[in-house]
Write a protein that binds this ligand. Sequence first.
Ligand SMILES: [Zn+2]
Length: 376
Amino acid sequence: MSIIRIIRKDSGTKARLGILSLPHGEVETPAFMPVGTNGTVKGIYHDTIRKIGYNLILANTYHMYLRPGTEVLESFGGLHGFAAWDGNILTDSGGFQVFSLSGLRKIRDAGVTFQSHIDGSKHVFTPEKVVDIQSVIGSDIAMTLDVCTPPGIEHRNAKEAWRVTKLWAERSIEERNRLGERFRGNLFGIVQGNFYEDLRKESAETISAMDFPGVAIGGLSVGEEKHQFEDMLAYTAQYVTEEKPRYVMGIGSPDYILSAVENGIDLFDCVLATRMARNGGLFTDDGVIALKKAAYRFDHGPVQEGCGCTLCREYSRAYMHHLIKCNEMLGGMLATEHNLQYLYDLMKRVRQAIREDRFREFKEAYLRRFYAGKQG
Ligand SMILES: [Zn+2]
């Protein structure tokens, strides 16, 4: 039985409305997931995340493994107990961090050897070990170790990366099955194939057919042009099973989110909303505004009319401009809450549009205003 129940499909696009059942409660989809790299979403209380409505956040396996380490997590019965978060947690496999953050690394069929970005110490991730770490974390959704590749590589290198990703996916399933009851979450497979259609198709069909309760599309939003992202997402998504939840990793701006929803994607995550917030970049219906700019010095209005976050309810754009200019911690905290509230509300509007079978009209009207906005 699938862990996602689809309750409505949009007739004009592939967008779909669903309910995802996870060990720590249900999640309405399509859903955005805030990223809590170190077991905390930077600059916001868990309580506030909960109050906004989020019930699924992301943590990074790579970071949790290096600090605090699995022994500490084990002594707390996992990350839920350690971080006092009783909602769902999705953990990535660490593959992306190994390829983007760590120094010297070597990929063999057995696994990947890498250096910690913190102290340069040497470590090995095998697909089995990554499943074991996520079992200790207690992830509600866990990901398989995969080989991420940048855009622009040759076909034979992309093919080799996919060969290893597939081998690791098979071994991840074996390890999950070996752990049995000790593995309580849902292990998702990851589609790769770089920007080559033949590899993407094969990867999407192969991962879809394997014994995974969910499928992630990886290797997108890795520095390619926006049209490349959209084309490859649409191309890949058509070969991913509709029976399981579908997740696209690393997207978090409204335009990318709407593209993903249009292609029937149910889940996405990104650090963009929270990282941008700490630099004074705030989402509004009129685009992203940069509150650092002098234009906001005397602006008495709220960041976004109608937004229910603390910042928009209680403070002006001018005060927020001041906090950001002075590098005050409160500025980053208020901005983070706003951006997460904004994306949560956006997803509510998206789900309502699908429910009323008018997603395409919603997307077009939303983007027209978003792009026409001040953008700064
Ligand atoms: Zn707000």
